[in-house]
Design a binder for this molecule. Sequence first.
Ligand code: FMN
Length: 227
Amino acid sequence: MADTFTRNIRAGGIRPRKVTSMEFDPAVDGMKPPGMAHSVYSSLVTPRPIGWISTISAAGVANLAPYSFFNMVAADPPTVVFCPGGSHVDGGPKDSLRNVMEVPEFVFNLCTVDLLEVMNLTSANLPSGVDEMKHAGVAATPSVKVRPPRVAASPINLECEVVQIVDLPSSGEAKNTMVIGKAVQIRISDDVIVDGMVDWQRLRPLGRLGYFDYAGLGEVITLPRPG
Ligand SMILES: Cc1cc2nc3c(=O)[nH]c(=O)nc-3n(C[C@H](O)[C@H](O)[C@H](O)COP(=O)(O)O)c2cc1C
């Protein structure tokens, strides 16, 4: 018995239903166009990974903050990006950006469903001198090759060296910046490895939806690539 996808292909492809929709120009309407209850942008590409990024200042104060404008962008060498936008509550760049300009290293710590609440705590607007890992009660562990510490409870950590810091288009005074990093040391907890593979059910990665919504894993679908 063919599954739904295969039956649709045999029937001549998946035909879009006729739907009504809304459209807007973000430069004209902003991100809360008429009829929408809140800014929609963060709901448009979902679920997004969360880069839970630890950094350290030249004075040695550690910082930890979540960034859902984050992703892996290349494999060889392993390259990731995160994008601070807006400014620190006391003015100037956010601490993560200020820190990588002082000490050009960061650690990506994978956020799991179990770590959701503590991750959220680390998004608080705190004065720059405050160690956010200590503030949120996050146990830190030293990294192997970079100065910012790892989040001990994260099952995956990518220690990264900053390759480039790129100014992005910005409207108004709040700047958007992309920090590009190359992973130089990777840790995967044995707890999430089964038969030589990362096991999703053990990993329980957290995704960001829009608004204040997050997602754990739903159904996992396995599909080998053609040819
Ligand atoms: C799930 C989540 C994702 C976030 N993603 C971003 C992001 O991509 N870019 C950003 O500038 N702020 C983002 N924020 C807000 C920052 O985490 C917040 O401004 C934080 O205080 C920045 O900290 P810092 O000054 O310590 O770097 C996010 C917050 C949450 C809870």
